[in-house]
Write a protein that binds this ligand. Sequence first.
Ligand SMILES: NC(=O)c1ccc[n+]([C@@H]2O[C@H](COP(=O)([O-])OP(=O)(O)OC[C@H]3O[C@@H](n4cnc5c(N)ncnc54)[C@H](O)[C@@H]3O)[C@@H](O)[C@H]2O)c1
Length: 317
Amino acid sequence: MKILITGVAGFIGTNTALNLLKKKHEIYGLDNFDDFNSIKLKKFRLSKLKKYKNFKFQKINIVSRKLLLKFISSNKIDTIIHLAGQAGVRYSYINPSKYISSNVIGFLNLVLAAKINNIKKILYASSSSVYGNTNKFPLKENQKLNQINIYAVSKMLNEKIAETYSKISNIKFIGLRFFTIYGEYGRPDMFLFKMFKSSSTKKKFYLNNKGNHERDFTYIKDVTLILEKLLTRRTRKNVVLNVCSNNPKNILKITKLFQKQNRLKVKYIKKHKADILKTHGDNTQIKKVSGFKNFSKFNDNLFNIFDWYKKNKIYNL
Ligand SMILES: NC(=O)c1ccc[n+]([C@@H]2O[C@H](COP(=O)([O-])OP(=O)(O)OC[C@H]3O[C@@H](n4cnc5c(N)ncnc54)[C@H](O)[C@@H]3O)[C@@H](O)[C@H]2O)c1
């Protein structure tokens, strides 16, 4: 299959591409090397993908509609996996307009280019953030949403754009509400890799809200297998699915578990206004629709991923 992966130099994009390249799909990747996270890290990830003959890359900003359209039109793409975008909840308080341009305008450009090229399917990244603050757990796809930041609003708008274009085009949409994805090639701005860096560089680790948060951590390798299965599964014209392990973990407990084997100096700080206290998703639908059933256990992976982190010195530059 000829698959376009946007945001291919990012965390989820690289892992998704690696899995599909190994399965002999033709992967067309694009990324604009946004500087929200280290550009060196993005180039490092990309160097792993460039080893495959079935991989083609172009640097494109999805906000520029013409370039995007040209790339899609000239490569006869079958399916799009859309992972490009401005990630991170906290940064949406600092630079909200970037979320509207990359996440909303960028996604609309992609959908319009897909429509012109008669592309049949788009899988796209939404987020657990669309649920916002609630105490109704586990979170189900059909429950009321309550966004509390512009990041979440941008993802909700993606879902609305998909719903609309599923009615006025031939494109099938699968929206993926990712819940705290973790693993190899991970994001340096997220909890786990920040903790790894503090430990490796012997610097203080600042723990928001004294670690009194719960997150439904979901392993990246599970995510890549789910995405692979969704490429060929029959679905309705527009679906939105939680991508989560249905197994929330307390951040303080994880920190303490890590400290049993590794040196880590923790400084407790107050809650960040962008953070929600808990995420815990229901994964009945994703299991049913994708056929993927066996989610990895966080505690089984933690130390292996730290070993991987230590071998990849790029993270401490
Ligand atoms: N990692 C998670 O836990 C998580 C959770 C919920 C949702 N998501 C969403 O999943 C998607 C992928 O997340 P990730 O963790 O891999 O993030 P990431 O930041 O590692 O990857 C995103 C990639 O998109 C690229 N990009 C940004 N703006 C672009 C633009 N205008 N044009 C082209 N490329 C652009 C970046 O350079 C980056 O390489 C994002 O939309 C994110 O919001 C991730």
